[in-house]
Ligand binder design. Structure first.
Ligand code: NG6
Ligand code: CA
Length: 509
């Protein structure tokens, strides 16, 4: 500890004087490996340790061995802006074009940006992203999937990438390893369009008889692996993924990376496809929960966590690895496929008593499960009510690796390392949340303010979730009323004004 503190202080001084490059090599003394398991669309109430009725023993183990946060947030209620904020340390609403990205979007985070992996890479970490990317690839539209595709994660701080380029429900349904489509075949080039069906191949709307799972809204374009998707694709037959195998493929790549880098500090960002649509569990998990595909892919996700835990244990790395588990946004039931998610919930409540869900400005949109394990360093069986945001990983990890980032970089990211490892009960003072249409809310103390917006009260494309939009300002006391049932704005006009002003100040900063 002494050595750690001393070298840390020297590093800070030298760094601030600009005397040495930012390199922290002595990982045994200082910084742990970091594994960030980032689930997709997993709700606050989807895990049994948060009250869920689906067995998730391995995810629950993280709570048992470590720290469970009850007041932690993704930066946004959809995937792209949450990931953008987490990786750049800046709220996504500050940058145009960071809403849900189409499958052929170009890179949203440009080379030269300060990023979460970049900061760790500078500190001597080997860095990898395995899984869902959804932050665009390449420089110029349209992306040519038959050539090397860059820039991408390798140009913004990752040493290794094995990706689903966008989402499981968007074409191209192929993996990309570093700059290349896996199993790329020059004889069978891939074409992708989000505008027209270039070679008139089968689609969900024209050929429903070819589907193994029917779409409910959207998702009626090209069919690959018996599932119709968003967007049109042709070619690349050998490169197509099997949805049933995605979790296993990502596990293999992840444990392979851990194994290869067991002797150097590493950062693994494992962004699972589970539990996003299409929910297609491997046959080992299909039917195991009695709660339909959505339940089964939660168990599959739990298996992913167990596989990472097992590898860390086998390599003796548990005491040297900070393992974080969280989700990119809140839950949704029917998100475009007829998979029985809503009908088979029974006692299971993915929303955990919160209002709204994915896409929404209400709490279920962004309040997410958040667990931290670091054997021997983070006390076991702890619970924390600290206000936490994923946007803070960047500055927290920068600080702990001896990097004093200037204030005008990663401007929304704060150092909350001590709260993250349970050494401090307090986290942020306030946080901004982003729903669809960039509608913002602001949380400080017990209160949450939602800015007025004239959009529809329900998500308009067939998802049965309240947007939380209201033409009037909304103010809720989250402590007394976590379900956001009583709008206090007219009863507490002063407080409402104060919260609005605080939000505007951050927006204009
Ligand atoms: C929506 C899709 C939804 C999902 C979401 C992105 C339709 C009708 N719905 O537009 O299925 O893909 O985008 O989800 O197309 S996220 O978790 O990646 O943000
Ligand atoms: Ca998501």
């Amino acid at each position: 500890m002494k050595i750690y503190l001393k070298s840390y202080i020297y590093l800070l001084i030298f760094n601030s004087l600009g005397l040495i490059p930012l390199q922290v090599k002595s990982q045994n003394i200082t910084s742990p490996n970091i594994v960030l398991i980032y689930a997709d669309d997993l709700g606050y109430g989807d895990i049994s340790s948060y009250g869920g009725d689906i067995p998730t023993p391995h995810i629950d183990n993280l709570a048992k061995n470590g720290l469970k946060f009850t007041n932690a947030y993704a930066a946004a209620a959809t995937c792209t802006p949450s990931r953008y904020a987490m990786l750049t340390g800046e709220y996504a609403w500050r940058k145009k074009g960071t809403g849900v990205a189409p499958g052929d979007a170009t890179s949203l985070i440009l080379p030269g940006s300060t990023t979460l992996p970049g900061v760790l890479q500078k500190a001597g970490y080997k860095t990898a992203v395995v899984g869902k990317w959804h932050l665009g690839l390449g420089k110029k539209a349209p992306v040519n999937w038959n050539k090397d595709i860059k820039p991408g994660p390798l140009e913004i701080g990752f040493d290794y990438a094995y990706l689903l380029p966008a989402t499981g429900d968007r074409v191209p349904t192929v993996f990309v390893e570093n700059h290349r489509v896996v199993n790329r075949d020059p004889e069978d080039p891939i074409t992708v369009s989000y505008l027209k069906n270039l070679n008139e191949g089968p689609t969900g709307s024209k050929n429903p008889e070819q589907l193994k799972m029917m779409y409910s809204h959207g998702h009626n374009q090209s069919i690959t692996n018996g599932i119709s998707r968003i967007g049109y694709m042709s070619g690349g037959e050998k490169a197509l993924w099997q949805d049933e195998d995605i979790a296993d493929v990502l596990i293999n790549k992840s444990v392979g990376f851990i194994e290869e880098n067991k002797d150097s500090p590493f950062f693994l960002y494992l962004a699972t496809h589970d539990i996003h649509v299409p929910r297609v569990p491997h046959k080992r998990f299909a039917g195991t929960t009695g709660k339909g595909a959505r339940g089964d892919v939660i168990v599959q996700l739990d298996y992913t966590v167990s596989a990472v835990q097992k590898k860390l244990k086998e390599l003796g790395l548990e005491e040297n690895t900070l393992l974080i588990f969280t989700s990119d946004n809140g839950p949704v039931l029917d998100d475009g496929y007829v998979d029985g998610a809503a009908e088979r919930l029974a006692e299971h409540d993915p929303f955990g008593n919160f209002r709204g869900g994915k896409y929404s400005t209400f709490e279920a949109g962004t309040r997410v499960p958040f667990l931290v394990q670091w054997k021997g360093k983070v006390k076991s069986n702890q619970e924390s009510t600290a206000l936490m945001s994923q946007v803070d990983f960047l500055r927290s990890f920068a600080t702990v690796t001896g990097q004093n980032l200037p204030k005008d970089i990663a401007i929304d990211s704060q150092n909350h390392w001590n709260a993250l490892i349970g050494k401090q009960a307090k986290g942020r003072k306030s946080v901004v949340q982003q729903a669809i249409r960039n509608v913002l809310s602001y949380i400080e103390g017990n209160y949450k303010y939602i800015e007025p917006h004239s959009g529809p009260s329900m998500v308009p494309w067939g998802v049965e979730i309240e947007t939380g939009f209201n033409q009037e300002p909304q103010l809720y006391n989250l402590k007394k009323d976590p379900g956001e049932t009583e709008n206090l704005a007219s009863k507490m006009p002063e407080k409402t004004k104060e919260m609005e002003a605080a939000l505007n100040k951050i927006r204009d900063s």
